[in-house]
Write a protein that binds this ligand. Structure first.
Ligand SMILES: Cc1cc2nc3c(=O)[nH]c(=O)nc-3n(C[C@H](O)[C@H](O)[C@H](O)COP(=O)(O)O)c2cc1C
Length: 154
C-alpha cells in the first residue's frame, strides 16, 4: 500500500525546516511512502486534500505557533479532509517543551474535527534563537517520521 504525506513547516532561521526534512526522511524509510515537504508560504492549499497525512510544524514564537501556521490551520478548516490524519511538531528554547505542539493540536481539533491524530506531537529543542538543534534531537525526528509511516501502513 502507498500513502501520501505532506510536511508543512514555518521557519525563521532554518531549524524547523531541518526538522521537517528529517521527519520526511524518516517516513521515506518505509516503503511506499510518497512524502513532500513545503514551506507554509509556498504550500498550494488546493492540493492538500490529495494527501493522506498532513504534518504541521512551527517554531515557538512567544509561546505559540507563527502567524503563518495559525492561518494555515484555519484555512485547512475549509477543505474536505474528513478521515485524513495529522501530527504536529515544534522547535523551542529552554522550558517551553511541547507548548506549541499542544496549541497546534488543540487548534487543529477545533478547526478540523474530521482530521484525526496519527501520533502525539514532537517537540524539538534548539540551543538558541538561531539554533542549532540540540544534540540527540534529530534522531527523534527521523524516528517520528518512521513511526508515523509504519502506522499508516498498518
Ligand atoms: C519572535 C520570537 C519569539 C520567540 N519566543 C520563544 C518562546 O516564547 N519560547 C521558546 O521556547 N522559544 C522562543 N523563540 C525561539 C524559537 O523557538 C527559535 O528561534 C526557533 O525554534 C528556531 O527555529 P527556526 O530556525 O525554524 O526559526 C522565539 C523566537 C523568535 C524569533
Amino acid at each position: 500500500m502507498s500513502a501520501k504525506v505532506i510536511v508543512v513547516y514555518d521557519s525563521k532561521y532554518g531549524n524547523t525546516k531541518l526538522v521537517a526534512e528529517t521527519i520526511a526522511a524518516g517516513t521515506r524509510q518505509v516503503e511506499g511512502m510518497e512524502t513532500v515537504v513545503s514551506g507554509v508560504k509556498e504550500v498550494d492549499l488546493n492540493r492538500i486534500p490529495d494527501y493522506d497525512v498532513i504534518l504541521v510544524g512551527s517554531p515557538n514564537h512567544i509561546g505559540g505557533p507563527t502567524r503563518g501556521i495559525k492561518k494555515f490551520i484555519d484555512k485547512l478548516g475549509k477543505l474536505p479532509l474528513e478521515g485524513k490524519m495529522f501530527a504536529v511538531f515544534d522547535t523551542y528554547l529552554g522550558k517551553d517543551f511541547e507548548k506549541v505542539v499542544k496549541k497546534m493540536e488543540r487548534r487543529i481539533s477545533e478547526k478540523i474535527p474530521g482530521l484525526k491524530p496519527v501520533a502525539p506531537g514532537l517537540s524539538i529543542r534548539v540551543e538558541g534563537m538561531k539554533g542549532p538543534i540540540s544534540e540527540g534531537e534529530l534522531p527523534k525526528c527521523r524516528e517520528f517520521g518512521k513511526k508515523i509511516a509504519t502506522q499508516i501502513k498498518a
